[in-house]
Design a protein around this ligand. Structure first.
Ligand SMILES: Cc1cc2nc3c(=O)[nH]c(=O)nc-3n(C[C@H](O)[C@H](O)[C@H](O)COP(=O)(O)OP(=O)(O)OC[C@H]3O[C@@H](n4cnc5c(N)ncnc54)[C@H](O)[C@@H]3O)c2cc1C
Length: 229
């Protein structure tokens, strides 16, 4: 899996702080931009996040290039509605000779099953290529491609959506591949907006686990989400 933060709102934390301060200020945006120093920015961000006044965090956008993920993952990812997505097409891209797929760790670790998995997917791909060679359109031949097919995406979320996304997808209850992705995304945004995302992650970092009987009972450490730099 390759996850890269490729663009973000310039000075995302300053922008969120200006938006927060504007609500209570008699002066205009230009003046606030000059007035707010780093300490004031930190205080304002902590105030809006702790008090739940999260609309100000919607001004900060983050765009990720994501490659080497399965369509199992991408299907879960696009359920997050307050985000923008583009994904490599299985209509316009023909996977002749360049077909990649994802193997979960549990399958890799079982030699016998892993061998069967590889062979099964190789057979599927052979039939897919046969269909293309017979003139079947890629948009129809793709019906037999498995969920494990590798895909590439560009994803943009604002900070408010990211905070929500990290809460549900960094949790141990989330499926492993999307959890791995969410943790990588969190590490990336912490580098450019460390105050907004300082307490981001699963609920159990902030409050008792709300998962009831489904709790994993293994709260992660805040350090699990720190960037490696
Ligand atoms: C562990 C786990 C297991 C899951 N299992 C399943 C499953 O078995 N089946 C399944 O179908 N899905 C499943 N999901 C997906 C889940 O139901 C959500 O679709 C997904 O997590 C997107 O989150 P969301 O809807 O909270 O928020 P997003 O779409 O990311 O939106 C963010 C927030 O905006 C607000 N919002 C967005 N749209 C609306 C709206 N139309 N009306 C009101 N408020 C809105 C809500 O407050 C929402 O929380 C699972 C998710 C997790 C994390």
């Amino acid at each position: 899996m390759k996850v890269k933060l490729i663009r973000h709102t310039p000075e995302p934390e300053k922008l969120v702080a200006i938006a927060a301060r504007l609500c209570y200020s008699p002066v205009g945006v230009e003046e606030l931009d000059k007035q707010l120093d780093d300490e004031a920015v930190r205080k304002l961000i902590r105030f809006v996040i702790n008090s739940g006044h999260l609309s100000t965090t919607e001004h900060a956008y983050f765009t990720f290039a994501i490659e080497g993920i399965s369509r199992v993952l991408s299907h879960q990812l696009v359920r997050h509605r307050i985000a923008s997505f583009n994904q490599q097409s299985q209509r316009y891209v023909k996977f002749k000779g360049n077909y990649e797929y994802i193997t979960p760790d549990s399958i890799k670790q079982n030699e016998k099953i892993n061998e069967k998995y590889k062979n099964f997917i190789a057979d599927i791909h052979k039939f897919y290529e046969e269909m293309l060679n017979e003139g079947i359109e890629a948009e129809d031949a793709r019906y037999i491609l498995p969920n494990s097919s590798e895909t590439k995406m560009i994803v943009t979320m604002n900070a408010r959506e990211l905070l929500h996304f990290f809460t549900v997808r960094c949790c141990n209850r989330a499926q492993k591949e999307i959890r791995d992705l969410a943790i990588e995304m969190l590490k990336n945004v912490k580098k450019v907006a460390p105050v907004i995302f300082e307490n981001a992650g699963p609920n159990c970092l902030r409050i008792p686990c709300p998962e009831g009987k489904f709790t994993c009972g293994r709260p992660p450490l805040a350090s699990d989400f720190e960037p490696d730099f």
